[in-house]
Design a protein around this ligand. Structure first.
Ligand SMILES: [Zn+2]
Length: 132
């Protein structure tokens, strides 16, 4: 599962910091997810809650997830169009279908369909709140 492996990567990075900085308790972790990663925030939160149980430093922590919209750039006119799947509710199937069909992304200015993904594929740990 996509979200589960991503959550375990997050926990690995957090634990490296915990060990390095001698942190005894993590309070919260802020994660930013590009919408083109196709990570579903609820699944990610759930996966994190499962994985954190095996780390005493993380048991009482929670994950805060913010989504950033995907961005495509038009090959014809250079305009950058933001793509957000949030409007299509949490229906990830729609989003996955759109990813498999790049022509679903059209330029907002010239309506051209030759677009390149330029943003929204990243997933980053933005910050971490700890109790030392
Ligand atoms: Zn265009």
């Amino acid at each position: 599962m996509h979200e589960f492996s991503f959550a375990s990567n997050i926990v690995d990075v957090i634990m490296q910091n915990v060990i390095k900085n001698h942190v005894s308790k993590v309070i919260s972790v802020l994660v930013e997810i590009g919408e083109f990663t196709m990570i579903i925030p609820d699944f990610l939160r759930h996966s994190y809650d499962i994985i954190k149980e095996s780390h005493p430093e993380l048991v009482n922590s929670h994950i805060i997830i913010t989504s950033v919209p995907g961005k495509v750039q038009c090959e014809d006119c250079g305009t950058i169009t933001e793509i957000s799947f949030k409007k299509a509710s949490s229906d990830s199937i729609d989003a996955s279908l759109a990813m498999m069909n790049p022509s679903a992304f059209t330029c907002k200015k010239c309506h051209g369909s030759k677009t390149t993904i330029v943003g929204g594929r990243q997933a980053l740990i933005k910050s971490m709140k700890v109790d030392e």
